[in-house]
Design a protein around this ligand. Structure first.
Ligand code: SAM
Length: 329
C-alpha cells in the first residue's frame, strides 16, 4: 500500500542523508565549531531501507547530507539505487544535492552510475563573497568547475540553489540572473528558514519572494512559467526566454499542503517534516532484527502522523530538534 498521510498527501519523495559531515561552514547554516553530530550507516543498510520506501510508493530519491560527496562509495551506492524500480515498475528519479566542491571529478562517474540530476548549492557568484559565506577559500572555482562538469556529463537540468540573507548576498540576485543566462542553469532562490545551528534567523533577515521578483524585474521583465502542484519552486524566465529562475518561498508562501516529502537522516531516523520536534528511529528497529514487512508497517505508522504544516514566524514557534545540516536538506 502506498504511503499516504492522514491529511491525504501521497508521499513520493525521499531525501536520504548519507553523512552529516560537511566541508563548508556556511555562516547561516553552521556555527563553525560543531562537526558531525550523528553517525552514518553502511550503504547496504541505506539501500535496504530505500528499497522498502520504494516499494511503498517513493518515486524520487535525493541523496544529501551534510556533504554527500565526502562519502567514499557514493558512485556504487547510486549504481545500486538505480537498479530499484518504483511500485509502477519505472526507474527512480535519482538526484544529489551537493555544495559542488568535489563535483568536477565525480559528475561523469555519477551520471554513468545512473544519477539523473544534480542540485548545486551556491550562495554567491562572486569569489570573495562566496568565501565569506562558506568560510572556505578557493571554493568558488571548484564549484563553478563542478557546475560545468555536471552540464557536460548531462546531469540536466543543473539547478543552482541560493539561500538569500539580507546583509550578506541579496545584492547577488541580478548577478545570479546573469549566471543563469550565461551558464544555462536553473537558478533557484530559497527563503532562509530557522534551521541553523546557531540563532541567526529573524523575519527581517529573510529576503522574500516579492522582493526577489522586484529585483529581477529591475534587471529584465520576468514572466512566470507553469509549475506542478507539488513542485516547491515557482518558475520564471525573462522576456526573451533566456534563463530560468525558481523561487522557493517556504516562509512567505508555504506549500505544506502539497508536501510529498519525507526524510531519512544519516543515522537512520525518519523525519516527517524539516520542522519536526522529534525523529522516528527506523535504524534501531532494523538493527533489532525487524523484517522488511515490520519496517514497512512502522514507516506507514510514522507517515500517518506527518505534521500538517510548519509554524515559522508564528508566536510560540519551537525550533526543530535538528538543524538543516544534520537533517539533510
Ligand atoms: N551540502 C549539500 C549542499 O550544500 O547542498 C547538502 C546539504 S545542505 C544542508 C542543503 C541545502 O540546504 C543547501 O542548499 C543549503 O543552502 C540549504 N540550507 C541550509 N540551511 C538553510 C536554512 N536555514 N534555510 C534554507 N536553506 C538552508
Amino acid at each position: 500500500m502506498r504511503l499516504r498521510d492522514k491529511h491525504g498527501r501521497f508521499i513520493t519523495d525521499l531525501r536520504v542523508s548519507i553523512t552529516d559531515r560537511c566541508n563548508y561552514k556556511c555562516v547561516y547554516c553552521r556555527t563553525g565549531n560543531e562537526g558531525a553530530l550523528y553517525s552514518d550507516l553502511p550503504f547496504s543498510d541505506y539501500l535496504r531501507l530505500v528499497r522498502i520506501f520504494v516499494q511503498l510508493g517513493i518515486e524520487k530519491v535525493r541523496i544529501t547530507g551534510g556533504e554527500p560527496l565526502l562519502r567514499n562509495g557514493l558512485v556504487d551506492f547510486v549504481r545500486e539505487l538505480n537498479r530499484l524500480r518504483t511500485a509502477d515498475g519505472a526507474e527512480l528519479d535519482l538526484a544529489v544535492t551537493t555544495n559542488g566542491h568535489l563535483l568536477a571529478d565525480l559528475a561523469a562517474p555519477l551520471k554513468a552510475a545512473g544519477l539523473r540530476r544534480v542540485t548545486v548549492s551556491m550562495d554567491a557568484v562572486d569569489p570573495v563573497r562566496f568565501a565569506r559565506i562558506t568560510r572556505v577559500g578557493n571554493g568558488f572555482e571548484n564549484v563553478l568547475a563542478g557546475v560545468r562538469a555536471a552540464k557536460r556529463a548531462g546531469l540536466e537540468p543543473v539547478k543552482v540553489n541560493c539561500v538569500l540573507l539580507r546583509g550578506f548576498n541579496e545584492d547577488q540576485i541580478v548577478e545570479f540572473a546573469r549566471f543563469s543566462r550565461e551558464e544555462r542553469v536553473v537558478v533557484r532562490f530559497i527563503e532562509f528558514m530557522p534551521l541553523e545551528e546557531d540563532r541567526v534567523w529573524s523575519p527581517e533577515v529573510v529576503v522574500t519572494m516579492d522582493e526577489i521578483l522586484r529585483e529581477l524585474n529591475s534587471f529584465r521583465p520576468v514572466r512566470e512559467l507553469p509549475h506542478g502542484l507539488s513542485e516547491t519552486a515557482r518558475r520564471y524566465t525573462f522576456d526573451d526566454g533566456l534563463g530560468e529562475i525558481g523561487i522557493i518561498a517556504p516562509v512567505s508562501h508555504p506549500f505544506c499542503g502539497h508536501c510529498s516529502r519525507i526524510r531519512l537522516t544519516s543515522d537512520g531516523k525518519i523525519r516527517t517534516c524539516l520542522f519536526s520536534l522529534f525523529d522516528h528511529d527506523l535504524a534501531t528497529r532494523m538493527y533489532a532484527g525487524d523484517t522488511d514487512a515490520e519496517l514497512a508497517a512502522y514507516i506507514h505508522s510514522v507517515v500517518d502522523v506527518k505534521e500538517a504544516r510548519h509554524h515559522i514566524g508564528e508566536p510560540g514557534f519551537v525550533k526543530p530538534s535538528r538543524s538543516m545540516v544534520h537533517i539533510g536538506g
